[in-house]
Design a protein around this ligand. Structure first.
Ligand SMILES: Cc1cc2nc3c(=O)[nH]c(=O)nc-3n(C[C@H](O)[C@H](O)[C@H](O)COP(=O)(O)O)c2cc1C
Length: 259
């Protein structure tokens, strides 16, 4: 069973690729969060979790959901961390959480995908993102699918304790001070298409008197800002000139023979 959480579609693309190639079923954690469903899963094949890296770790909301979840059948979990650059030290936290659940970490894969962190300003153009997806992410996904298909166990990565502790502090500070939609503004380009409301995994956006309004439960996935086809959502003024990125649908790429 492939479980995924995704703000802007990268981890969903990876999960759907793996479900297709491993002939397995795909389950959206976004859907479970958005509709407050019970996280209870059964699979005889190993579980595979795909989620993005936020400030060096799996998102807090994903860790919380996985801690709470009931897993029946297989005791093995593979993790895929989709991220904009190469490495991070999230492995010890994932391994600890997995063993506390009485399960085994079968392996952690880092999968480089287009960057979606709009405040950083370094968002690829559509063409560059598709190039990266096709020539970096998809070939990696084929290798990951091969490893999982033979149920291979990956060796534990070598985590430097100092780097891990530092990155843990950075992550804590990031979550405390940077995760908020308080500075999000909606400009006159908004046509209330409601894509932002629909994509938000935690129902942080509601439409009041024809305008999207942000509540106080943002988890900082940047799905809303990236999904808006008119760049109507910004962080103050600083993101007006920044590109937006949303991953293409896996099914579309498959239909076009791109994958
Ligand atoms: C809040 C936030 C923090 C991020 N932090 C990192 C990071 O620490 N390292 C990294 O390589 N990419 C980082 N990224 C980029 C994403 O991990 C990457 O684009 C990911 O594939 C997005 O997946 P999604 O489309 O499934 O949401 C960050 C993105 C966001 C939104």
């Amino acid at each position: 069973m492939i479980l995924y959480f995704s703000g802007t579609g990268n981890s969903k693309f990876a999960a759907e690729f793996l479900a297709d190639h491993l002939k397995d079923q795909c389950v959206s954690l976004n859907d479970i969060l958005k509709h407050k469903k019970e996280p209870s899963f059964r699979s005889e094949k190993p579980f595979v979790v795909c989620a993005p890296i936020y400030a060096g770790r799996y998102p807090g909301i994903v860790m919380k959901l996985l801690r709470k979840a009931q897993f029946a059948g297989s005791k093995r979990i593979y993790y895929i961390a989709t991220l904009g650059s190469k490495s991070c030290s999230c492995e010890p936290s994932l391994r600890k959480m997995t063993s506390e659940k009485g399960m085994q970490t079968a392996g952690l894969f880092f999968l480089t995908m287009p960057n979606n962190y709009v405040p950083g300003g370094n968002i690829p153009s559509k063409a560059d993102a598709e190039y990266q997806l096709k020539y970096v992410s998809v070939p990696e996904l084929y290798k990951i699918a091969d490893t999982i298909s033979i149920n291979d166990t990956l060796p534990e990565g070598t985590a430097n304790p100092v780097t891990t502790a530092l990155s843990s502090s950075v992550n804590t500070l990031y979550n405390k001070f940077m995760v908020s939609s308080d500075n999000f503004v909606v400009n006159e380009n908004c046509v209330v298409c409601r894509k932002c409301e629909k994509v938000c995994p935690v129902n942080n956006i509601i439409i009041i008197n024809g305008d999207p309004v942000f509540r106080k439960r943002c988890i900082g996935c940047y799905g809303c800002i990236n999904v808006c086809p008119r760049k109507a959502i910004n962080i103050g003024k600083k993101t007006e000139k920044t590109n937006r990125y949303f991953c293409p649908e896996y099914s579309d790429w498959k239909e076009k023979g791109l994958v």
